[in-house]
Design a protein around this ligand. Structure first.
Ligand SMILES: Cc1cc2nc3c(=O)[nH]c(=O)nc-3n(C[C@H](O)[C@H](O)[C@H](O)COP(=O)(O)OP(=O)(O)OC[C@H]3O[C@@H](n4cnc5c(N)ncnc54)[C@H](O)[C@@H]3O)c2cc1C
Ligand SMILES: Cc1cc2nc3c(=O)[nH]c(=O)nc-3n(C[C@H](O)[C@H](O)[C@H](O)COP(=O)(O)O)c2cc1C
Ligand code: SF4
Ligand code: SF4
Ligand code: FES
Length: 1006
């Protein structure tokens, strides 16, 4: 039995109550009674702000924190913990980053990094018992103002505290009180705005449910300051628990003399009424709110007169938000100087946010004003879950703005957010990851404000409707480029012509998404492409939408379900000439948003390609045509996937195509970068032979230094597909040692069959596929100890997860969060000095930037160091082409035309290091543009597969079914050769896997 008295608190906030926390408390009471645990008291609290982990149970004073408790867990908690003193570990909170169990409330990052002033009592007291509040020094501030301060002194204190209204506009509270105090009149009102209409926001509700007396005390102090005798709490009727607790608290406060006639004998009288609203968003606006209390339709009216001059029933009125009022007892108790020291700049104190969306720890967080978005999202929220990248964060509720990842260092306060195009609002903070479409999000929020517009102002009523119609067009493929400017113009009119802040802020989501994500609007309009694959009007099936080459994946898969592999291959070949290469090494963008993943696991599309090609019947050749000769000649420089794809389609269109390749064999990085154990050479060779089969001539060992000279040789157009082959240097002392190799040249030498001397201990610097490939290749060459040094963590590693796993299984060590600082050659070995890193602010890529930890240097000895931190295109100056970021060739993104007549460029040379399928897509685009340039229509798509029969959509998925594991070569056979590691699937397993597909294309067509 626990030695001392303890209380087990069960959360009775709305979230936990809906998770059956009342039943949990009753079961605990019964169990504790039956076990005779006289030292244990069972009680309840209001919301802890961590509802996502609820129902919550906390044992005090120990502070043991149980999450996701159910009635079934009660006997174990009571016996193991309350009786035997052994807390139940399985119910502890697990840190989303470290996966460690955290037993104590105070150690949970979500709470540890907050500064709870407004929420100070939430989760710690019984909200239905005034004594609990009094025990926490409740009503002391009211006593202090009534007996030690004049109203003017109270106002002065609040002014000096720099407390600003937490309802959204951020108006200085002390000044607002002063206006009201100075307005003559014997009857004045004080209103607590508890409407909280923002979808997803629940700060105000939680406070009222968990600590109603703090709001009442704040109201009484405000009323004393302005000289009001009547107060209203305007609360939406959808908050029944908050209403109930407020009524209980008001009754108890009256009984104890904190409300009513001559409070505590001071001579000051104040009464509070609860007014339940019907839940219209606009009724949160102060003038609409007063109209609603007066029994009129809730519509804003022009200001002036301001409520302080003429408010409720024409009397001077002060309106404050719940959080503003809940801050007041703290300001008075701790003093303005202390309070102001917590905040930043023009804002004192703390702000409460409802942190929601794609965040590991969602819930209510209270932080000092001026804390950065980064600290809130990563330090408290635990970052974005499931290894996804942060894309944007929306602050300020439905009319707030979406800020991109590179704004995360922004300190959160009124001015900074406004400057960035957003607002503080009343504290909504929605985190979005890469699966979010910003155009869709803008449409979502605007549709909310549009529906909630009271309709009084024409620009608000009709302007937002017009903006919404445009967004509908854009997300349905009917958008025009001019629409983007039109949206901005309309937004300005709506802002300028609206009476209240609903219209004044409604365009914010649209304006900020255009400001920060204009390229995504353009993609929707120009390419009908939604990179998150969510805009239903553009996306038939997410898989084919996200395949850069646009392979009709669902049709491909359906043929596999019928065992028609030849037909399945024909579907792939309609778009790409490298089906088997892709079946081996494609980075399968198609799988990233596969809808089956929402049920159990995404479809293994890449491996299905492989099985199909391995069972190909060659059917595709029947319909594959080569057009008659056009007499036009095209030169292609570079025989990687981009160059060869363009060559293939241009040859099929009848042009005479020659590919010039500097290296001894064609294939580019597919041949000289990707090692054999991932992509066997004969597979690549066979697909290149098919390309040659349509008439493409490939001249190897032929470097081209001057594209223009090819025009002199009679070529009519040129495609530069030279890839990205120049290794990026480490930039550290000692890297010129002959034992320090570049990853790309190392892999190329191995591919060329050159003798490569490594020694036993090899270090690889980098975290991408080239680093992993170098490491696994080094092992196969006999290195005994291979260590990768990567500056971020595994979650940020750009290499594919399967490759990282493969490397680890094969025995590669990975040092995360370390970077090289110098290399010294000493006694025949290399001393690699590294420095440890920590993750700091988020950079433009949405990942946390690694920062060196001073004094953390350490040294390791190696025989060889391979630098594989990245590549960039090697564009000879003799090309005479302007290059951009990362030395990439600059082109028109739609046509791939360079500035030079007849010269086009694509693939890694333009995008920077990317993937095979993206290079193939660039090759397709180049073929289209070059054919048009040569007078053709640029039509390269062909129908190679026969029509499908009648296909029934998937009605219902009955059972969870995961992907079949892909067998791999046994570990002991791997390191002695470059034999292919991934062995593919059997025919039967592939058919079974294909049968999991949900046929999303049919669903959308219906
Ligand atoms: C180690 C490594 C592993 C990779 N793994 C994968 C993977 O698993 N999956 C995936 O999808 N992608 C992978 N990639 C990326 C992928 O290989 C490339 O994105 C893709 O090959 C780029 O195609 P490209 O046609 O633009 O250029 P490249 O494939 O680089 O081809 C360019 C060709 O141009 C030639 N060339 C250059 N200059 C001249 C000149 N002046 N004259 C004549 N010829 C010239 C080069 O020799 C080269 O053959 C990997 C890359 C590397 C480096
Ligand atoms: C459409 C609209 C909805 C609003 N909703 C709320 C609300 O739910 N709660 C709130 O406190 N303020 C809301 N406001 C702001 C109020 O008009 C007012 O500024 C606020 O209650 C003043 O209190 P404060 O000074 O403590 O922030 C809303 C404003 C608009 C324009
Ligand atoms: S080529 Fe790659 S991205 Fe396209 S469907 Fe196949 S696996 Fe997916
Ligand atoms: S379930 Fe099938 S059709 Fe739907 S996204 Fe996945 S692979 Fe494509
Ligand atoms: S309702 Fe229990 S934590 Fe919010």
């Amino acid at each position: 039995m626990l030695d001392n008295q303890c209380t087990i608190f069960v959360c009775h906030g709305t979230g936990c109550v809906s998770g059956k926390s009342v039943e949990i408390r009753l079961a605990l009471e019964k169990e504790v009674g039956e076990l005779g645990l006289d030292n244990v008291k069972v009680d309840f609290t209001g919301c802890h702000g961590f509802c996502e982990q609820g129902p919550l149970v906390v044992v005090e004073p120990e502070g043991i924190f149980y999450t996701r408790v159910s009635v079934e867990d009660v006997p174990e908690i009571a016996r193991s913990h309350l009786r035997d003193g052994q807390p139940v570990e399985r119910l502890f909170y697990r840190d989303p980053v470290s996966r460690q169990a955290v037993p104590y409330y105070k150690d949970i990052n979500f709470y540890r990094k907050q500064h709870r002033l407004i929420l100070r009592n939430c989760g710690h007291i019984n909200p239905e018992r005034i004594e609990d509040y009094i025990d926490m020094d409740g009503y002391q501030s009211l006593r202090k103002v009534l007996f030690e301060m004049t109203p003017e002194q109270v106002i002065d204190e609040v002014k000096r505290s720099r407390l600003r209204g937490r309802g959204g506009a951020g108006f200085p509270t002390g000044r607002k009180w002063e206006f009201c105090r100075r307005t003559p009149g014997t009857v004045k009102y004080l209103i607590c705005n508890a409407d909280e209409g923002d979808p997803g926001a629940f700060m105000d509700r939680s406070i009222m449910e968990a600590d109603p007396h703090t709001v009442i005390e704040g109201m009484a102090i405000a009323a004393y300051a302005i000289g009001a005798t009547e107060g209203y709490i305007y609360i939406r009727a959808e908050y029944p628990l908050a209403v109930k607790r407020l009524r209980i608290a008001l009754k108890q406060a009256g009984e104890k003399g904190f409300l009513g006639e001559s409070i505590l004998g001071s001579g000051f009288s104040f009464n509070v009424h609860v007014k339940e609203g019907a839940g219209a968003f606009v009724c949160g606006e102060e003038t609409a709110l007063m109209a609603s209390i007066e029994g009129k339709r809730g519509m804003p009216r022009p200001r002036p007169p301001f409520p302080a001059q003429s408010g409720l029933w024409g009397k001077p009125t002060n309106i404050n938000n719940v959080k503003t009022l809940a801050s007041i007892p703290v300001v008075i108790a701790r003093g303005a100087d202390w309070y102001v020291s917590i905040g930043s700049g023009k804002s004192g104190g703390t702000a409460v946010f409802a942190l929601t969306g794609k965040i590991a720890n969602s819930g209510l967080v209270e932080v000092p004003m001026g804390m950065s978005l980064q600290e809130i999202i990563y330090g408290i929220g635990g970052g974005v879950p499931n290894g996804k990248r942060l894309k944007a964060v929306q602050t300020g509720g439905p009319s707030g703005g979406c800020l991109p990842a590179n704004q995360l260092n922004l300190p959160v306060d009124y001015e900074e957010l406004t400057e960035a195009g957003s607002i503080m609002g009343s504290g909504g903070m929605v985190v979005m990851d890469e699966d979010t479409c910003v155009v869709d999000i803008a449409k979502f929020f605007l549709s909310f404000t549009q529906v909630e517009s009271c309709g009084k102002c024409v620009p608000c009523r009709l302007g937002t409707k017009q903006m919404l119609d445009i967004l509908e067009d854009i997300t349905n493929g009917r958008g025009k480029l001019e629409d983007i400017d039109l949206l901005e113009d309309l937004a300005k009119d709506v802002v300028a012509g609206s009476l209240c802040a609903l219209g004044g802020t409604a365009p914010n989501p649209v304006l900020t998404t255009i400001r920060y994500f204009r390229d995504e609007y353009e993609e929707h309009i120009k390419r009908h492409y939604c990179r998150a694959a969510v805009c239903k009007g553009l996306v038939t099936a997410p898989c084919s939408h996200l395949c850069p080459a646009g392979i009709d994946v669902p049709r491909h898969i359906r043929f596999i379900t019928e065992g028609k592999f030849g037909e399945a291959v024909a579907v792939i070949r309609e778009k790409i000439p490298f089906p088997l290469v892709c079946g081996y090494v494609c980075l399968h963008f198609c799988e990233t948003r596969c809808r089956r993943g929402e049920l159990d696991e995404t479809i293994g599309i890449r491996v299905l390609h492989r099985v199909a090609v391995e069972h190909d019947t060659g059917l595709w050749k029947q319909n594959s045509k080569v057009a008659p000769a056009t007499g036009k000649r095209v030169a292609i420089i570079g025989s990687g996937p981009a160059g060869l794809t363009a060559a293939y389609y241009l040859a099929k269109l009848g042009h005479s195509v020659t590919v010039f390749e500097a290296l001894p064999e064609p294939g580019g990085m597919m041949r000289f970068g990707i090692p054999d154990y991932r992509l066997p050479k004969d597979i690549l060779r066979a697909e290149i032979e098919e390309i040659e089969g349509v008439g493409v001539e490939i001249k190897t060992n032929t470097r081209v230094d001057s594209p223009e000279s090819l025009f002199d040789q009679g070529y009519n157009a040129i495609f530069l597909a030279v890839g990205a082959h120049q290794a990026i240097r480490l930039g550290v002392e000692g890297e010129d040692s002959p034992r320090v190799k570049g990853g790309i040249s190392f892999l190329r030498d191995v591919s060329l069959g050159k003798e490569v001397e490594l020694g036993n201990r090899v270090a690889i610097i980098g975290g991408g596929n080239a680093a992993i490939d170098s490491a696994r290749t080094a092992l196969r060459l006999g290195a005994e100890e291979v260590t990768i040094i990567y500056r971020r963590t595994r979650a940020e590693m750009p290499a594919s997860p399967e490759e990282i796993e493969g490397a680890l299984v094969e025995g590669v060590n990975i040092h995360f969060l370390a970077a090289p600082s110098s290399i010294i050659s000493q006694n025949g070995e290399l001393q690699l000095e590294c420095i440890r890193m920590k993750l700091g602010a988020v950079d433009a890529s949405g990942r946390q930037r690694p920062e060196p930890i001073k004094g953390s240097e350490f040294t390791m000895g190696f025989d060889t160091i391979i630098a594989a931190i990245g590549q960039r295109p090697q564009v000879p100056a003799s090309f005479g082409l302007p290059t951009g970021r990362g030395n990439t060739i600059q082109v028109d993104p739609d046509t791939l035309a360079t500035g030079k007549e007849g010269i086009f460029a694509g693939g890694d040379a333009v995008s920077g290091p990317a993937t095979v399928i993206e290079a193939i897509a660039a090759g397709r685009q180049a073929a289209i543009s070059i054919d048009k340039y040569l007078g053709g229509k640029g039509i390269i798509d062909e129908t190679l597969a026969p029509p499908e029969g009648e296909v029934a959509p998937v009605e219902e998925v009955e059972e969870e079914k995961r992907r079949p594991p892909i067998p791999t070569l046994p570990l002991e056979q791997r390191l002695s050769s470059f034999a292919n590691v991934e062995l593919g699937l059997s025919e039967g397993a592939a058919i079974e896997e294909a049968n999991r597909c949900l046929k999303c294309d049919l669903e959308e067509k219906e």
